[in-house]
Design a protein around this ligand. Structure first.
Ligand SMILES: CC(C)(COP(=O)(O)OP(=O)(O)OC[C@H]1O[C@@H](n2cnc3c(N)ncnc32)[C@H](O)[C@@H]1OP(=O)(O)O)[C@@H](O)C(=O)NCCC(=O)NCCS
Length: 350
């Protein structure tokens, strides 16, 4: 059965949004040992059709063995690469003997690539069995120097850290599995492990220009029912009530405040999966609490149906309270059949 046209449009919007946000940035898809180009053909074709600048480093690949009409062309220098990209082709960069990773970085510098996607047999960098979605260089270094078990050789990761230290490139470990590149480039989920320099961070109120980012960030959580959905019109009206945590220009966590007398409701709390678990939501709540206290509010409160969120609020000094004790103006519009639990933080003005 066909899903609603609105949902289809939102999905297309998300694809366009991510595809265009990468325009002007050049990717190098580097096929590591055991990774098969044949497995990734559909993904590569999608990147190419989206007019993203993608080049390949695939030792042993003979373009003549690709399916007919497949747009891969070998290039030997930056001028040939530019010409190939202008024609909508996918340049295949020259292989060399020696370390593939070091060669990928050398090519990335020569051919002005900003992100190297390392396609391999692993789902990403696993540390103690847990997938690391995003690491900055300091975190990578700490892992290399630490003791925890990992699915990549420490020597390889140490060499990667040294390369990244001395270059402008970013690195992503992606599994060479059909759909993985699509997920990495076109969806807010990301895929595998992104390793990049520390991004600059800021926490501010959202602007009208943030509307699409906030909407796309909330969308999967509204779809799965963890937060109540917000229409685009409503979001446009209250965008100034949203707070955003930005990392290197991208919004990675958001939450909405609603002032009800000297109480403030905190809601629509969500973050990009890749950036979770590093205390950013906690920082956002701390900043909101500080700002609201400075504006004279006495209590911050939130409701959740997620037990994990309850733990999160309690760790931040919230206490569980009866929903009946919350402001009347809030209770009027609330569906009390929802099995939510209320938490309240008493604000201290400085
Ligand atoms: C809730 C959420 C915004 C936290 O973002 P974050 O940047 O990972 O948060 P922090 O790193 O500051 O804190 C992590 C804590 O969040 C809590 N948490 C709440 N929901 C969680 C989830 N779905 N997954 C992981 N942790 C969650 C845990 O207490 C966790 O602590 P732990 O790592 O010690 O287990 C994020 O997990 C998310 O977007 N979840 C889905 C949407 C949602 O459930 N929203 C809340 C509606 S009330």
């Amino acid at each position: 059965m066909r899903q609603s046209i609105e949902r289809e449009m939102l999905e297309v919007l998300e694809l366009f949004y991510y595809a265009t946000s990468f325009q002007g940035r050049r990717f190098l898809c580097c096929f590591g040992p055991g990774a098969m180009v044949s497995e990734m053909l559909l993904d590569l074709r999608l990147l190419n059709r989206a007019r993203l600048e993608v080049c390949l480093l695939a030792p042993g690949l003979d373009p003549a063995h690709l399916p007919p009409g497949y747009p891969v062309v070998p290039v030997g220098n930056p001028r040939e690469l530019e010409q190939a990209l202008k024609k909508g082709l996918m340049p295949l960069l020259p292989s060399a003997a020696g370390g593939l990773m070091e060669h990928a970085f050398a090519l990335a510098k020569t051919f002005k690539v900003s992100r190297i996607l390392w396609l391999g047999q692993e789902p990403g960098l696993l540390c103690g069995g847990k997938l690391q979605s995003f690491l900055d260089l300091g975190e990578l270094k700490a892992l290399v120097e630490g003791e925890e078990s990992m699915n990549f050789d420490r020597e390889f990761l140490g060499a990667l850290w040294r390369e990244l230290e001395h270059s402008k490139q970013e690195w992503v470990f992606v599994e060479a599995k059909s759909g993985a590149l699509f997920q990495e480039v076109f969806t807010h989920q990301g895929c595998g492990t992104l390793v990049a320099r520390s991004y600059q961070k800021s926490i501010t109120q959202a602007q009208v220009s943030d509307l699409l980012d906030v909407m796309l960030l909330m969308r999967p959580y509204a779809k799965s029912g963890v937060i109540l959905p917000v229409g685009e019109e409503q979001l446009a009206q209250e965008i100034g009530n949203y707070w955003v945590y930005r990392l290197g220009g991208s919004i990675v966590v958001t939450a909405r405040t609603r002032v009800l007398g000297d109480w403030v409701e905190l809601g629509k709390f969500c973050s990009l999966p890749r950036y979770q678990g590093k205390g950013r939501a906690r920082e956002l709540v701390a900043k909101i609490a500080e700002e609201m206290a400075a504006q004279g509010a006495k209590f911050l409160f939130a409701l959740t149906v997620e037990p994990k969120m309850g733990t999160f609020f309690e760790r931040m000094g919230f206490e569980q309270v009866d929903r009946e004790t919350l402001p009347k103006a809030w209770a009027q519009g609330y569906d009390f059949s929802r099995p939510s639990v209320a938490y309240r933080l008493t604000l201290q003005s400085k």
